[in-house]
Design a protein around this ligand. Sequence first.
Ligand code: NDP
Length: 253
Amino acid sequence: MHYQPKTDLLQNRILLITGASDGIGREAALTYARYGASVILLGRSEDKLRHVAQQVNAVCGSLPHWFTLDFAAATPEDCQSLAHKLSGLIPRLDGVLHNAGILGDICPMDEQDPQTWQNVMQVNVNVTFFLTQALLPLLLKSESGSLVFTSSSVGRQGRAGWGAYAVSKFATEGMMQVLAEEYKQHNLRVNCINPGGTRTAMRASAFPTEDPEKLKTPRDLMPLYLWLMGDDSRRKTGMSFDAQPNRKPGISE
Ligand code: NDP
């Protein structure tokens, strides 16, 4: 994407990022802070989040709020309690990047382990929904809220072996479409990003033989991530965007 954001694109915007401890989410948190946002970091590892919080501090001179929440065990009540804590700290949320996700097993449907299947649905779909429900009141206080889900090319076209992960990403696309319709008359836009193959730990576990040097880095994707959180995308809702529109899905040769 050829997008040249203004350096103060996200000034005065308060954004929450899930899966902010690593990979694409970590890069998004740092980038949003660099463009002026106050970021709130969510992840499951205290040590990793503290480290990212320090990096954000180095970028913008203030330590962000950060919270641990293990999606594998999180309940709707945990998400409501987090939202309650947040409402005592911030007046509104201008954006949420739902980025946390797990891969599960890459194997045919008849070999998918039911427990792993449930874990993937729990992390990628259920808690994403619980959190969205809990955070909507804060999002609706924004004059221009942006709710961004993270999809995948296997969430639009099924692919053999991608089992629970692919199904969870179809569900994510569906969740985005339903919410976009429901909030059409409000100041809240709801969209999906498909990052496309990106150099992260998740990608390396999905394609262990792939040369990571052939992949874009999380930083390369940031123009789209910035655009969707800033006012330049204000009227876009119900859409699924590719961070790498010209990339063919599958392993990079
Ligand atoms: P990473 O594995 O690098 O990062 C995933 C993030 O999710 C980490 O912060 C991780 O925390 C967090 N997370 C995992 N499990 C839990 C949990 N139980 N509770 C809370 N947080 C959790 O993945 P990517 O950066 O590659 O992926 C980011 C998103 O992009 C995902 O939704 C993925 O499906 C999607 N995507 C990625 C592609 C790629 O090629 N990389 C392609 C298409 C889509 P921790 O640091 O503790 O592990």
